[in-house]
Design a protein around this ligand. Structure first.
Ligand code: IMP
Length: 429
């Protein structure tokens, strides 16, 4: 099995970190290939909880090499903090972490720009970004002229290059950024910071593209760790309420440099209900007590920003689409324990769009906004499932729910999760 991919099928936060951490020991290399510090992957190991933003979730296993590939955008201060946090807890991440020279750097001006533009309304609503500078960094990557890659941090002409970019950014940002923000755009200070980043991160820089290709040729197994979820994919998600990278399965090759021929197994991860952080249409959102109950039981607050997540029932129309788009072989259904407290559970099986029944996700956010969910109601199981360790041990109604979701999205179940701990996972693959 050369490369296995773990892909979120909703709007992110599907508990991919836990699954990657569990699958990692069956692989030699774990790869993060898109997104950046907007991601927050929680890994629970024994009583310890680790929150990772850039570092792949295989970092807790010393024998696994962890790769941050070209498609990731790196906020160096945050990455260094992640490294130090792990070191403070007795882990030595520098030994088994490799960072692509091609990955782009989220510079201070990107964060200012994100903050300034995020206040702007698009289609009547703010995108509600994480304010981590992700969009502006990817924008400069595509624009090229003002981009800074990790390899640039160790170039001899770094100081001159930073001065040139700061000059340009001061002109470009003066009309949107605040006076205080503009004062932060000091070329000398930023160049100095870049030199510090280079000192700390320089030893981990490598050509990860050749590294991965060489290792695939040598028969090693890769685990590709997606960030965010397929509905946030820049090309195929609920645009413009998306992130700036290809967060669905289609992004694996471009972000990592691993060609499609090596990808053998795709595991799609979805919660047993839905959540979304930030703006954008969300047909099954529950703005009532039921939504609040899901939020409290599921502790649905953002790992990166602490924002309360919007909560709602499972949307089988959306997940059927993303499962197809991401080429999913198996579904990993997470957080089933959260639904143990509901007498009835709804699943969205189609939408009502202006009086017509549709079973495909519209490509326009404005059209999706008009979609009303058509629900199928299933009986809840009203029984704790957090101790369940095999498929047969689930209460009948929980089993019915799992089977129905698998049927609706036309993908077999591969993994079931009934709690945050490693042991609270049932592997069927
Ligand atoms: P950005 O990625 O910071 O530009 O934010 C764009 C949209 O993606 C916003 O709605 C964010 O809330 C959402 N988003 C970005 N990263 C994540 C994530 O890791 N989990 C959930 N939502 C995310």
């Amino acid at each position: 099995m050369p490369a296995t991919c773990v892909i979120g099928l909703q709007w992110g936060d599907e508990a991919k970190g836990k699954l990657v951490d569990l699958l990692a020991p069956r692989h030699d290399i774990v790869v993060r290939y898109q997104g950046g510090a907007n991601a927050g992957h929680t890994v629970v190991f024994g009583k310890e909880v680790y929150k990772l933003h850039h570092i792949p979730s295989g970092i807790l296993s010393p024998q696994i090499t962890n790769v941050i590939a070209p498609g990731v955008v790196i906020e160096p201060n945050m990455l260094i903090r992640e490294l130090t946090n792990l070191e403070d807890r007795g882990i030595q991440p520098r030994r088994n972490l490799m960072i692509s020279q091609r990955a782009h750097v989220v510079m201070p001006w990107h964060i200012l720009e994100d903050r300034a533009i995020n206040k702007t309304v698009v289609s009547g609503e703010s995108i509600g970004t994480t304010n981590r500078g992700i969009g502006p960094c990817y924008r400069d990557k595509v624009g090229r002229t003002h981009a800074v890659r990790m390899a640039d941090l160790v170039r001899p002409d770094l100081t001159t290059r930073i001065a040139e970019i700061v000059d340009a950014k001061r002109v470009l940002l003066s009309s949107i950024a605040s006076k205080e923000d503009m004062e932060e755009l000091n070329a000398e200070r930023i160049a100095q910071q870049c030199h510090q980043w280079a000192d700390t991160l320089g030893p981990m820089l490598a050509d990860t593209t050749y590294f991965l290709l060489d290792n695939l040729d040598a028969g090693r197994k890769l685990l590709m760790e997606g960030a965010q979820g397929s509905l946030l994919d820049i090309d195929h998600g609920t645009y413009p309420f998306v992130t700036s990278s290809n967060a669905s399965g289609v992004g694996v090759s471009s972000g990592s440099g691993v060609p499609a021929r090596w990808i053998e197994r795709v595991i799609g991860v979805a919660k047993a209900y839905s959540t979304r952080v930030g703006g954008g249409p969300f047909p099954t959102e529950l703005l009532d007590d039921t939504g609040q109950k899901i939020r409290e039981i599921g502790r649905e607050y953002g790992t990166t920003t602490g924002r309360p997540r919007r909560c709602g029932w499972f949307d089988a129309v959306a997940v059927r689409y993303t499962a197809r788009l991401s080429g999913v072989h198996y579904l990993s259904l997470m957080m089933l324990d959260v639904l143990s407290h509901f007498e009835t559970i709804q699943v969205c099986v189609a939408y009502d769009l202006d009086g017509e029944r549709v079973d495909r996700l519209p490509s326009e956010a404005e059209t999706l906004r008009r979609c009303k969910p058509i629900y199928e109601t299933l009986d809840g199981w009203m029984q704790d499932v957090s101790e369940v360790r095999s498929l047969d041990a689930f209460p009948t109604n929980a089993r019915r729910y799992i089977d129905r979701i698998s049927e609706l999205i036309a993908v077999p179940i591969g993994v079931l999760s009934v709690g945050p701990d490693r042991e609270q996972t049932i592997f069927l693959i």
